[in-house]
Write a protein that binds this ligand. Sequence first.
Ligand SMILES: Nc1nc2c(ncn2[C@@H]2O[C@H](COP(=O)(O)OP(=O)(O)OP(=O)(O)O)[C@@H](O)[C@H]2O)c(=O)[nH]1
Ligand SMILES: Nc1nc2c(ncn2[C@@H]2O[C@H](COP(=O)(O)OP(=O)(O)OP(=O)(O)O)[C@@H](O)[C@H]2O)c(=O)[nH]1
Ligand SMILES: [Mg+2]
Ligand SMILES: [Mg+2]
Lengths: 277, 292
Amino acid sequence: LAKDNEINEAVLSELEEILIGADMGVGTTQKLLRALKADVQAQNHGEIDLLKEYLGEEIYKILRAPSEDFEPPHRPHVMMIVGVNGVGKTTTIGKLSHRLRQEGNKVLLAAADTFRAGAVDQLKVWGDRVGATTLSQQDGSDPAAVAFDAVRAGMARGMDRVLIDTAGRLHTKVNLMEELKKVKRVIDKACPGAPHEVWLVIDATQGQNALQQARMFHGALNLTGIILTKLDSTAKGGVAVGITDELSVPITFIGVGEKIEDLRPFASREFVDALLA
Amino acid sequence: QLSDKFHDILDHLKGRGKLTEDHIEQTLRQVRLNLLEADVNFKVVKEFCEQVKAKAMGSEVHQSLSPDKQFIKIFHQQLTDIMGVPQEISLQHKPPVVILLCGLQGSGKTTTAAKLARYFKEEKKRFPYLVPADVYRPAAIEQLKTLATRIDVPYYDTHPKDNPVKVCKKAVAIAEDRGYDLVILDTAGRLQIDKEMMKELGKIQSKVKVHQSLLVVDAMTGQEAVNVAKSFHDLLNIGGVVLTKMDGDARGGAALSVKYITGCPIYFAGIGEKVEDLEPFYPDRVASRILG
Ligand SMILES: Nc1nc2c(ncn2[C@@H]2O[C@H](COP(=O)(O)OP(=O)(O)OP(=O)(O)O)[C@@H](O)[C@H]2O)c(=O)[nH]1
Ligand SMILES: Nc1nc2c(ncn2[C@@H]2O[C@H](COP(=O)(O)OP(=O)(O)OP(=O)(O)O)[C@@H](O)[C@H]2O)c(=O)[nH]1
Ligand SMILES: [Mg+2]
Ligand SMILES: [Mg+2]
């Protein structure tokens, strides 16, 4: 971060700390501060609040999703939820199902985490809470088989939505990432074109590793959306900016708590304001 | 490689008297970026770099040691001083020894509870008793009971309507009664800013003689590791830390932040999802990993 500029060094340091402290990461922070220093307007107005506004605008440009042609959901509209361990996938599926149910959709949940203790029970509790059918098989059964059967059942029963819960897995585990690719292929076999959505869940309390997670999951599965959870914590989730900037996958929803209603559509303005607060 | 970067900056110092402030500053700039990229908290990085600078300033450049090696030595020493040495958790108390696990949501507490029970049963010949004290998360009780059954460790039969504080109290009484010498309390994940939930942990600690309160931290945690650790440490009597999900490729800067801010030993590292995937924490290995 070079010292060759009109903007006060102390102000730049303060801005840098805000961005780094929000988990924006060194790369994204340097990029944003370079843009700031290159901007003549910014150079002429050294006050931090004005500079923050400028930064906010730059971040907003990165996060603003291009206006998507909203594709009407297929019937059933199949959504696969993935991510590393403990980020909030199962809970998020519960919250999403609640929203979908409130919009009048018939929802089916697939308990394709056949590995972790209590995973199927956990999803079943959510299913019961929201009035969704939860399909599962024996512990240790093939997740792809669970997904296949659930999608077929969803089609047969006239479901509007099928949500597939998968086991948490670190992106560094090659065999587990292959398993996930297989689940995706098998879902397509059950219903050509499915899954219509593959959403990665990212935990806002995580640091820069979330960027690597996003890269690997995107490379393996071609993500269509990202959900950022635990924004009710003191973490700001700044890593989402780097992820969006690099991969252009839109952030769809944010998790703001552990209760069924603690899910909100992603609002980039609000997110940026909170980031720089 | 950080050591290569040091070499480039400091190589020309060979044969000179002292490490100059300017060269130290340049090198520290590299160090700073590297540590931030590893998720070490920026305040910790700032203080750490100031400490290294103070030690490096005016230290004589030895004839036998090139300046970059000299700097690395000082730097490494400072990092090692903070990270500490491997420490074994002390369970030297009149049985039953009570361990409490706490931390943020999803950090790995329930899995770690089972891992610790297995470890102490198999490696340390103890008779552990697992206590599901998370009555909030759907099927959390089932999760721990399933794991306990898998490793053939007895557990308290918690029901979702139970009061977690009462559960812990009753469980310890049962352990005393039945001669279990180690009680492991698994609690619900919670935010350090959730006053009611933090109070609940405080209540457990006051109603039950807890010998070791361990903070379970996800190795991928970002900048907030400092605030989380500080609050848990200040509000509760945290005696140690377990760092989970070390089997990924996160640099693990949270380890340095947590150690720096609390001074608490990191006793164990979770290195996988299976119940055997627990090992003692090796500070020097993690220090190298953080440095990249
Ligand atoms: N505070 C907060 N906690 C959350 C949020 N979303 C999920 N959680 C909690 O995070 C913990 C983990 O949630 P899960 O839904 O089990 O996460 P998961 O990704 O399915 O975990 P695995 O299947 O084990 O990989 C639970 O305690 C949830 O209640 C959120 O938005 N805010
Ligand atoms: N790869 C890996 N996964 C782990 C490790 N420890 C725990 N996990 C996984 O992380 C996820 C969360 O673990 P839990 O034990 O449910 O976490 P928790 O802290 O009890 O979660 P809450 O009770 O909801 O706060 C699960 O998928 C675990 O299998 C570890 O060391 N490595
Ligand atoms: Mg899950
Ligand atoms: Mg738990």
